[in-house]
Design a protein around this ligand. Structure first.
Ligand code: 4AD
Ligand code: MG
Length: 483
């Protein structure tokens, strides 16, 4: 081969071949159809996960992020750049050209025989992500680099795929994707857990005659918040489209340092007209099975990895979920079960009271799978839930799953105008601000239901990851808002 001609060809045609301004070949494309590439030359761009060498040859674990598995690059002494290549450090960005060949080694079916390597971005000796096991705590401290590890690459791809699954489930079942406002005056969960939003000068607050902050002077002319739920607004659209869902960020001020709470999380909130409690449970169950199956189908390598290194038996658990019928018990039955348990709970289970984390765990382990708990005492639930005939409980349902605890919270909504108003008065909820919401009960109101699915808790359930901080790219939790 006349090397000079090759170089001329390269310099002449390179700009035309890569007109899009990028190398369009992904490792994912390569592995999708690897046989087709046997014996062919390809150019790839990505990062060095590891570089090991001996005097005559070396191996680079190459990963461009599009595929869970790394591609093994083999280079040998015959390359004139052998010494330079063998010194390329972990973390560097490179462009590599070479031939795809069958691999002689175990562990991979194919590898690339390197022809040339170009370093696009060097990385120092003390690059934090080295080819060894790092603790998750350490990786949280370098959150901007952790997607380059196997674990987090897998977690955040599953997160992306699960989001797509959710959209596909709802879109294919005639739902409209509804964007609820992020800035709002409406407190949905009614427990003062919303972040306040203001443009007022915090060091020089305008006061009214009562010496209280004068929010009339604020940008919106009143006190506003960042949303803690899109439900109330979703209800208005459900009473126009029949079926809607939201999928967006949700903020809450709760100062709870647990493995399942974050101050910023994503929530999916479907709202369905002409649907009762039984109906909404059926939707929850069908949707969850759809998402689990979708992720098992699209992320087999990732799930195998989690199964091996994060939660043993994960795959079996997920496969079982697809084929099982979820247990449905009332809150009363749940308390009876807990009282009869031969366990010394820290919090004694009581009828009429909430269920603690340890109780959730006992119940999901007892039934070994997801459990719906229905008909909760009205005093521990939100104002908008439908009062049952017993006047004591509401038509609410939580779905508890092993590991994540409460994955979904939902209810049938109070559609009786008078009962809703009475409940709001009892709980001191300002009626005037929510007139648009209560009016829904006057203008063609109907029985309707909805739920909220915590997206991070879903990802925890799908991956076996125990801490919410490891399934959200940049977690916001009490005393932690880095990056
Ligand atoms: O039970 P919650 O508070 O219900 C609502 O917000 C209703 N408006 C939903 C509805 O009916 N449309 O929250 C719903 C779910 C919980 O089950 C949980 O999965 C998740 O949201 N969640 C959190 N996830 C992470 N961090 C937090 N601080 C969370 N708070 C709730
Ligand atoms: Mg809840």
């Amino acid at each position: 081969v006349n090397k000079g001609w090759y170089r001329l060809y390269d310099s002449l045609y390179h700009p035309f071949l890569f007109r899009k301004g990028m190398n369009d070949m992904d490792v994912k494309d390569l592995f999708k159809d690897i046989k087709k590439y046997e014996g062919k030359d390809v150019t790839l761009e990505g990062w060095v996960r590891n570089n090991r060498n001996q005097s005559n040859f070396g191996f680079i674990d190459f990963n461009d992020g599009t595929y869970f598995k790394s591609l093994q690059l083999v280079y040998d002494k015959e390359l004139k750049d052998f010494d330079t290549i063998s010194k390329i450090r972990v973390g560097s960005a490179i462009r590599v050209k070479g031939t795809i060949v069958n691999s002689e080694g175990s562990g991979q079916s194919h590898e690339m025989k390197v022809k040339s390597v170009e370093v696009l971005g060097d990385s120092p000796e003390d690059y934090p992500i080295q080819p060894k096991r790092h603790t998750r705590e350490f990786l949280r401290e370098v959150a901007y680099l952790r997607p380059r590890t196997n674990l987090f690459n897998a977690v955040f791809r599953v997160r992306s795929v699960a989001a797509q699954a959710i959209h596909e489930y709802f879109q294919s079942n005639n739902y409209v994707y509804f964007h609820s406002p992020i800035i709002t005056g409406a407190d949905c969960e009614g427990s003062g857990e919303m972040f306040k939003l203001t443009t007022l000068d915090m060091n020089n607050l305008p006061l009214n005659e009562d010496k209280k902050v004068d929010f009339k002077k604020d940008l919106f002319g009143k006190q506003t918040y960042i949303t803690g739920s899109g439900q109330l607004h979703a209800e208005t659209f459900a009473l126009a489209y029949k079926k809607v869902y939201t999928f967006g960020p949700t903020m809450r001020t709760e100062n709870s340092n647990t493995k399942t709470h974050a101050n910023e999380f994503w929530m999916i909130e479907p709202e369905v007209a002409f649907c009762d409690l039984e109906g909404i449970m059926n939707i929850e169950e069908e949707m969850l099975k759809y998402v689990v199956k979708y992720v098992l189908d699209k992320c087999p390598l990732e799930i195998d990895f989690f199964d091996k290194f994060v939660e043993k038996g994960l795959k079996e658990k997920l496969n079982k979920v697809i084929n099982s019928k979820f247990v449905r018990i009332t809150h009363k039955e749940a308390i009876t079960l807990l009282k009869e348990a031969k366990v010394d709970f820290e919090f004694k289970p009581e009828y009429g009271e909430d269920i603690a984390k340890e109780h959730e765990r006992y119940i999901t382990e007892y039934f070994n799978g997801p459990v719906f708990i229905t008909n909760w005492p009205k005093d521990i639930k939100a104002f908008y839930m439908k009062l049952n005939d017993d006047n004591e409980t509401v038509a609410a349902v939580d779905l508890e799953v092993p590991g994540s605890g409460e994955l979904i919270g939902g209810s049938q909504r109070e559609d009786d105008y008078d009962k809703l108003i009475k409940r709001m008065e009892e709980l001191n909820i300002p009626k005037d601000d929510l007139e648009w919401y209560t009016n829904l009960r006057r203008f063609g109101g109907c029985y309707h239901s909805g739920f909220g699915l915590g997206f991070e808790r879903l990802i925890m359930y799908l991956t076996g990851i125990e801490n919410i901080r490891d399934v959200i790219p940049y977690p916001r939790t009490p005393n932690n808002c880095d990056y």
